[in-house]
Design a protein around this ligand. Structure first.
Ligand code: FAD
Ligand code: NAI
Length: 476
């Protein structure tokens, strides 16, 4: 018999889990959350991959490295002289760690505020019980607890290349990539996906010579082709070496660095010698130590917990959300699922619209999109109209000194309903929200074109791209 009983127990304190716990507590449930993440001192560090070795620290380093690049390369354009520019990498990494800690502490505070019981340790299914399920907690906290509803939010882990395990010294996952102690002269990246481009940008800006080896023949295949082309051009101009259509062979790690044997798109054998190698070839759902077998919780062929559209698993009152289930591995997707599940447990109609989940790649230029790409619409045979507007013709972008890229609208040829919005350029991560709201409200391109946007602002490029759908831009 478990000594503590809860209405809802959440396993995992990442963005999916901690938000689910907060929403369930708001709805009046007695909630517990189990999370095993340890900070450098062995204490708890709520926030999961996202807060500890993902979204937050990567954005902190992207910001610091961008400041460095601006100071070295762009301040002069503004008439600002910088002499003796230098890098204190310890301080930069220390700042990043402090930003992470602020976020860890913020979640701890939110748990207290919402009266959520926190267990620092690993949660594993023990057995189905009268009231629900018994979970065994091991680690700093050691006990058996019982919950009527269980929400599994155990996240994902980086996928390793076969035969090249992560040692986080020479062969790095996102974890090691965020704490390289000195700028490597030569840095290799396997995979030109989201992590590859973000981490490649950080270390290139800080001075590394970066080579990215990508298996697919197309660059950023999931991104609208026109946007991906523009981004590729910008990254190559910045100095990222991107090799597409490669086949990665043997990876050897020694005292002097890492050697990667690879074949280029023409089938020619090549060797890449680097000081550090970041492997970013996707992530795998994490159920390590969860003991799903104890209760017969079903996984799919990828090892993800099998769920329906509403995050119900194969077991009654067991739910799963975030990276450990199907769908995009994004923090905000995990959060939305967490809120929706808590509301469903309360008998409400939780809802997640997969068609309006935005994507952002925080490089410079940033890449952001929502909805369908032009190639998807073509493949579907859907009649559409496209409108683009370049930042080159936007006053605010000129004032910023950052005119790379464009905003692109795709709208239904007959109804004018917005089907997709794609942005490459400054602050794309912020600009995309307007498009998400518009699509949630089933707006037409004309709706955006008729809304007053502040001048001068980057958002005017959004309005102009909407006008471009009807071939009536005002400033281009
Ligand atoms: P996680 O954040 O992985 O959290 C799972 C938690 O569960 C962890 O704390 C883990 O320790 C704990 N856990 C696992 N098993 C157990 C167990 N049995 N018992 C107890 N605890 C357990 N997404 C974005 O949307 N924007 C970004 O900018 C972004 N940047 C990223 C950058 C990098 C470098 C990486 C790697 C990822 C990034 N992501 C980003 C993706 C994002 O981090 C994930 O989509 C998100 O963290 C998923 O949330 P989650 O709650 O499902 O899982
Ligand atoms: P990814 O799926 O974005 O990219 C992996 C890339 O590696 C692909 O282009 C793939 O073709 C390539 N690849 C796979 N196997 C390969 C091989 N053997 N050799 C060479 N290339 C190979 O995965 P990534 O970058 O690891 O990121 C994982 C996930 O984390 C992302 O999909 C995203 O969901 C999340 N993330 C989100 C961020 C954001 O929202 N800004 C930032 C970073 C990560």
């Amino acid at each position: 018999m478990a000594n503590k009983q809860f209405d809802v127990i959440v396993i995992g304190g990442g963005p999916g889990g901690y938000v689910a716990a907060i929403r369930a507590a708001q709805l009046g449930f007695n909630v517990a959350c189990i999370d095993e993440w340890k900070n450098g001192k062995g204490g708890p560090a709520l926030g999961g991959t996202c807060t500890n070795i993902g979204c937050i620290p990567s954005k902190a380093l992207l910001q610091s490295s961008e400041h460095f690049e601006h100071a070295g390369k762009h301040f002069a354009d503004h008439g600002i002289k910088v002499e003796g520019l230098g890098l204190d990498i310890d301080k930069m990494l220390g700042r990043k760690d402090a930003v992470v800690k602020q976020n860890n502490d913020g979640i701890t505070y939110l748990f207290k505020k919402n009266k959520i019981t926190f267990f620092h340790g690993r949660g594993a299914f023990a057995k189905a019980s009268g009231a629900g399920y018994e979970l065994k907690v091991t680690g700093a906290a050691e006990e058996t607890i019982e919950g009527k509803h269980i929400i599994v939010a155990t996240g994902s882990n980086p996928r390793a290349l076969p035969g090249a395990d992560f040692d986080e010294e020479s062969i790095l996952s996102n974890d090691g990539a965020l704490r390289i102690p000195s700028v490597p002269k030569k840095l290799g990246l396997i995979g030109s996906g989201v992590i590859g481009l973000e981490m490649g940008s950080v270390w290139r800006r800080l001075g590394s010579e970066v080579t990215v080896l990508e298996a697919l023949p197309t660059f950023l295949g999931a991104v609208d082709e026109q946007i991906a082309k523009e981004a590729h051009k910008a990254f190559v101009k910045q100095g990222l070496k991107i090799e597409l259509g490669v086949k990665v062979g043997e990876v050897k790690s020694g005292k002097k660095g890492v050697t990667v044997a690879w074949t280029n798109a023409k089938g020619e054998a090549q060797t890449l010698e680097v000081d550090k190698l970041i492997v970013s070839i996707g992530r795998v759902p994490n159920t390590i130590g969860l003991n799903p077998e104890a209760v017969g919780l079903k996984l799919d062929e990828r090892g993800a917990i099998l769920v329906d559209d509403e995050c119900r698993t194969s077991l009654p009152n067991v739910w799963a959300i975030g990276d450990v289930v199907r769908g995009p591995m994004l923090a905000h997707k995990a959060e939305e699922e967490g809120v929706a599940v808590a509301e469903r447990i309360a008998g409400q109609h939780g809802h997640v619209n997969f068609n309006t989940i935005p994507w952002v790649i925080y490089t410079s230029p940033e890449i952001a999109w929502v909805g369908q790409t032009e190639q998807q619409l073509k493949a579907e045979g859907r009649a559409y109209k496209a409108g683009t507007f370049p930042f080159l013709a936007n006053g605010r972008a000129r004032a910023l000194g950052d005119t790379t890229g464009m905003v692109k609208f795709l709208a239904d040829a007959t109804t004018d309903e917005i089907l997709g919005v794609h942005i490459v350029g400054p602050m794309a991560s912020e600009l995309i929200s307007e498009a998400v709201v518009a699509m949630e409200f089933k707006a037409s391109a004309e709706d955006i074109a008729r809304i007053c946007h502040a001048h001068p602002s980057l958002s005017e490029a959004t309005k102009e791209a909407a006008l471009a759908v009807d071939k009536r831009t005002l400033n281009f």
